[in-house]
Design a protein around this ligand. Structure first.
Ligand code: UD1
Length: 367
């Protein structure tokens, strides 16, 4: 193998830790030397460190410690710190791997492009077609700059083609699905449902709300609480720090139990035991689908329309009545389809690594 080949993965937020856990494993399996760079976008222990423990991810080689700020300042500060790290360490990776659509993703993509470091985007080609979402802007720009575009679904491949992006595009399946399949049993063994949820399996609803639009527009947050309050069931709501803050400004229904964010394995347990999930998270929509848990999406659209097949995911936005129907109307849901599965082999992460090797002509240990 070419001893010079070295790869950098850049992460910063909870869902990226999950995705990177899988691709780092894939790169390890192929014997590639690699470094993990953490921007510091998420930094609370329960938003950060516990994920590394649960997912067996090696400690980051560096934490840039950027933390919270307005989107532009945060992105700029990450670029500044990442460039400084590369310059000061005198280390230039052969490729930089970024995940999803956060400010950490875009910051790393821009630095890679400016330093002519080949860029790999895991979760390329997703679109909400709503440019008021910061994530949509981040993913459009990142896809445009990427050399290897790992698209999780056939739809993502098509959406890239519609924008004229065909070179370097590979359908890989979804690495978040790998993570659910890898960790679900461990989660259930370590954290039994009733102990974590405080309610028997099937009796409660799991809810999460963290998107800027839902936390910053209080009328939307109030409408969501109205819908959850109409459910005649307990609702377990692990809240992002910003959501927790906003909830102090409005009335929270008595059946809604707000608690601190939970670690990845506990979240998988909570999800697996839920009657249904109400969420604005893209990751949780897919995890719900693979765990066969009905989902109500608290947004006007989804980047994952495949999850709506068979009624498994319903787009309810903040309509309280639609939320109640999505949770209570269970019987006519057919078996979920094979959405997000890798096109060949067992795992999406192996397909991601294969795409990198092929497109960038990387010499791996088993090459
Ligand atoms: C970010 C991503 C979002 C992703 C989410 C995953 C962007 C634009 N958004 O949103 O796509 O779904 O991560 O969770 O990158 N805060 C803390 N402690 C933390 C982290 C955040 O208190 O460890 C608070 C701070 O007040 C901060 C706010 O949460 O200002 C927002 O955090 P930020 O990282 O900017 O975005 P997220 O909402 O977490």
């Amino acid at each position: 193998m070419n001893a010079e080949t070295a790869l950098a993965s850049v992460v910063g937020t909870r869902p990226q830790f999950v995705k990177a856990a899988m691709t780092i494993r894939g790169l390890d399996e192929r014997g590639f030397p690699q470094r993990l760079i953490h921007t510091g976008q998420h930094y609370d222990r329960e938003m950060d460190e516990v994920f590394f423990e649960d997912l067996d991810i090696p400690r980051p080689d560096v934490n840039l410690g950027v933390g919270s700020a307005s989107p532009s300042r945060q992105t700029g500060a990450m670029m500044d710190a990442l460039e400084a790290y590369l310059m000061e360490s005198g280390w230039t990776p052969d490729a930089m791997v970024v995940f999803g659509d956060t400010n950490s993703t875009l910051a790393a993509a821009l630095v890679a492009a400016q330093h002519q470091i080949p860029l790999v985007h895991v979760e390329a080609g997703l679109r909400s077609y709503d440019r008021s979402m910061p994530e949509e802007v981040n993913r459009l720009l990142t896809d445009d700059l990427s050399d290897v575009l790992c698209a999780p679904t056939p739809r993502a491949v098509r959406q890239l083609a519609e924008e004229g992006i065909e070179k370097g595009v590979y359908r890989t399946g979804d690495v978040m699905r790998d993570a659910v399949l890898t960790y679900r049993q461990r989660a259930e063994d370590r954290y039994p449902v009733e102990r974590v949820a405080g309610h028997p399996a099937g009796s409660y609803v799991l809810a999460t709300v963290h998107r800027a639009r839902n936390t910053d527009q209080l009328d939307r947050l109030e409408a969501i609480m109205d819908g959850l309050g109409r459910l005649e069931r307990p609702v377990v709501l692990p809240a992002h720090p910003r959501t927790r803050e906003r909830l102090e400004e409005i009335a929270v229904p008595a059946n809604v139990k707000v608690r601190a964010p939970v670690r990845y394995l506990k979240m998988l347990t909570l999800l697996g035991g839920a009657r249904a999930v109400c969420t604005d998270s893209g990751g949780l929509q897919r995890e719900a689908y693979w765990c066969r848990v009905p989902c109500a999406t608290l947004r006007p659209e989804t980047e994952w329309p495949e999850t709506t097949e068979g009624g498994w995911n319903r787009i309810v936005d903040v309509d309280p009545e639609a939320l109640v129907r999505a949770v209570e109307e269970l019987p006519d849901r057919s078996e979920p389809s094979g959405f997000g599965v890798p096109p060949r082999g067992e795992t999406a992460y192996a397909c991601v690594v294969e795409a990198m090797v092929e497109e960038l002509e990387l010499a791996g240990a088993d090459a």
